[in-house]
Design a binder for this molecule. Structure first.
Ligand code: THU
Length: 132
């Protein structure tokens, strides 16, 4: 799948955002090697700290369907930002454990800008299970 098509699926996911507090809608789409796409969007709560980000919802959604690191091909994340969206620190930490380090992450905005990164670019020198 072309990265633009995965970003388009993330834009579709973004339309389902529940973000009445921040009004900042984010969408994510995770592609597996068998061509399945798992969507995620940000879901907020009046108790703000309970909010879950789009990219974490996408990767948790995939894992809930039996997907593992070996199955994952790419992840697209999109928001209405000037520059391609920058994932929050919590999502970087979760992705560094669950998302394969050799696969690409497409950071995008609604203007069509796409920045291609790997998790190592987003979270170098990460804390992981080897540190325990
Ligand atoms: N948000 C995401 O969904 N992903 C990120 O990486 C950054 C932040 C959401 C959380 C909250 O609903 C809104 O964006 C504003 O922080």
């Amino acid at each position: 799948m072309r990265k633009e098509d995965l970003v388009y699926r993330a834009i579709e996911a973004r339309e389902m955002s529940y973000s009445p507090y921040s009004k900042f809608a984010v969408g994510a789409a995770l592609l597996t090697s068998d061509g399945e796409v798992y969507l995620g969007t940000n879901i907020e709560n009046a108790a703000y700290g309970l909010t879950m980000c789009a990219e974490r919802n996408a990767i948790f959604n995939a894992y809930c369907h039996g997907v593992t690191q070996d199955d994952i091909e790419a992840l697209a994340i999109v928001a209405d930002t000037d520059l391609p969206v920058s994932p929050c620190g919590s999502c970087r930490q979760v992705l560094s454990e669950l998302f394969p380090h050799d696969k690409e992450i497409y950071l995008a905005n609604l203007k069509g800008d796409i920045k291609v990164v790997k998790i190592e670019d987003l979270l170098p020198y990460s804390f992981d299970s080897d540190d325990l």
